[in-house]
Ligand binder design. Sequence first.
Ligand code: ADP
Ligand code: MG
Ligand code: MG
Length: 254
Amino acid sequence: KTLLEVRGLHANVNGIEILKGVDLTVKSGEVHAIMGLNGSGKSTFAKILAGHPAYEVTAGTIIFNDQNLFDLEPEERARAGVFLAFQYPIEIPGVANNQFLRLAYNTVQSQHGKEELDPLEFDDFVREKMKLLEMSPDFLDRSVNEGFSGGEKKRNEILQMALLEPKLAILDETDSGLDIDALRIVANGVNQLTNKDNATILVTHYQRLLDYIVPDYVHVMEAGRIIKTSGKELAKELEAHGYDWINTDDRGNT
Ligand code: ADP
Ligand code: MG
Ligand code: MG
């Protein structure tokens, strides 16, 4: 089933065109990697999927799970199953992580007409998920992301993802700043959460993460467009030869 269909997406930030015709099709069960140099528009694309207000879409369509994504407010997108793990996760001092996670979880549950969990029930549920991610239960009592190390923030994002069970998870640079153990744990988490009914878009500058999460497709973004799409071997080729190696024929006339 086609989960996400992006056609001719153009978008501006502060009046400057950043995305210049992005096309992407993602089916259920697939993992897609979007690679590309800094400034190519990867994060802009991820934020537009999540509904970030700073970006003005000027042309194109996005169909998500048979719905026009642009008809949905950011919160509605989250409830519909679009999950964006931020490149720089926010800190929320004074709100314990378990409160924050339970609120997020119950909001989605109630939207789907499902039972909300009280603190004790949620505690059991979240601890199970944390075992999967090899996370210490100490995490639950700390303020959201406050004083978390880079690796802890990333693991906490994966925990949110494990709780919310999104249809489409978008991980933007989830690998940056992770040591090899944290990278492995995050990758294991993503791999365990991937199934035939959901899909993952990994935005990454480096191919390192792709040693642990094997994508079905690798796309290269350049100057606001996807200029090349291939299988997992493309990531290795980019690692070995750099982005300049891509044939200029792939670049069209930009
Ligand atoms: P990537 O994630 O591939 O590094 P980004 O999407 O972050 O690329 O950025 C693409 C381009 O858009 C860059 O030139 C960046 O400076 C510009 N850009 C992104 N967000 C903003 C913003 N809020 N205001 C101004 N320029 C922006
Ligand atoms: Mg960047
Ligand atoms: Mg980015």
